[in-house]
Design a protein around this ligand. Sequence first.
Ligand SMILES: C[C@@](CO)(OP(=O)(O)O)[C@H](O)COP(=O)(O)OP(=O)(O)OC[C@H]1O[C@@H](n2ccc(N)nc2=O)[C@H](O)[C@@H]1O
Ligand SMILES: Nc1ncnc2c1ncn2[C@@H]1O[C@H](COP(=O)(O)OP(=O)(O)O)[C@@H](O)[C@H]1O
Length: 316
Amino acid sequence: MRSYSLLASAKINLYLEIIGDRLDGYHELAMVLQSIDLVDRIDLRAIGTDTIRVRCDHPQVPPDKNNLAYRAADLLAKQFPDALAKYGGVEIAIHKQIPVAAGLAGGSANAAAVLVGMDLLWQLGLTQSELQELGGTLGSDVPFCIAGGTALATGRGDQLSPMPDCGPLYVVLAKFRNLSISTAWSYQTYRQQFSSSYCAPEDLDCRRERLHSGPMVGAIAQKDRSKIGQLLHNDLEKVALPVYPQVLQLREAFDSAGVLGTMMSGSGPTVFALAESQERAEEVQERVKSAIASPDLDFWVTKFSNTGIRIVSDGN
Ligand SMILES: C[C@@](CO)(OP(=O)(O)O)[C@H](O)COP(=O)(O)OP(=O)(O)OC[C@H]1O[C@@H](n2ccc(N)nc2=O)[C@H](O)[C@@H]1O
Ligand SMILES: Nc1ncnc2c1ncn2[C@@H]1O[C@H](COP(=O)(O)OP(=O)(O)O)[C@@H](O)[C@H]1O
């Protein structure tokens, strides 16, 4: 039986600006997305029957048809029935390290790994852009999770322009264990509060004038780490910080710890901070840990990564 193991990277949002409504009901965005070295391992194994099975060691992750990894496999099975008939179904085992519903795209990264791994398992020979096209139908962040690295993401987050690697930067992440924020809630609440300032879908001048991502794109091109820290931005903080005092508390604690910059990632509630070295990142972690002193607070120290999906073993 053929099998593959893959590592799927989480992402953080260095920049997230909401431009307006789209005709498909989503939001038009300008984001800078960055892969980090916090990964889930996905083991894929060909099984004799034509079914898809999912196992996951995390209690909050559904081991059924609602799992994004299951949906990725099901999508390929529907698109390529001949491959399903030839190679059989697949068992997907997810070993979670990326916190769930945390604004770090864990589910999207798992779906991305399944698309990349099943392309190999079923010898489909799809290109990266074909995989991304399929991934975009599962979720807006999936195309980026396939590509990884650093990218400017526009449209609903699925139109990617790769950006240069901005050099070694270290990341401290913190999240209250029992707190999660729904992405759908974040965008809906943002729309309720701010849609009066949205650009209309057809108003291209408004869209061009609204975009403020240029300085961040420039700072990355120049590998200017302090500027990257200063220019971090996330419009979704406007809805999360007033409702979730724990997120605000983390933002303030990181700010006082003397970091290059700090921001909520995506729809939250994870807050990250950037540091110039691993040592400095560990110091920041200790400072925030003692400032907040909560047994419910989890931390991770990691670094920027230039890959989305890594194949770690091909156990044919
Ligand atoms: C906010 C971000 C930032 O990177 O990430 P997370 O915090 O979820 O990790 C993304 O935009 C999330 O991407 P993803 O999680 O793939 O979202 P989807 O499944 O496509 O959509 C989830 C929900 O968010 C809304 N949504 C998503 C993307 C977008 N451009 N506009 C939206 O309004 C959709 O209407 C849907 O209700
Ligand atoms: N493979 C998966 N890993 C994580 N969450 C998943 C997965 N499949 C479905 N989900 C569901 O998707 C939701 C969002 O999870 P996740 O992708 O981790 O967060 P976010 O959208 O904040 O980046 C959760 O409620 C979770 O139950």
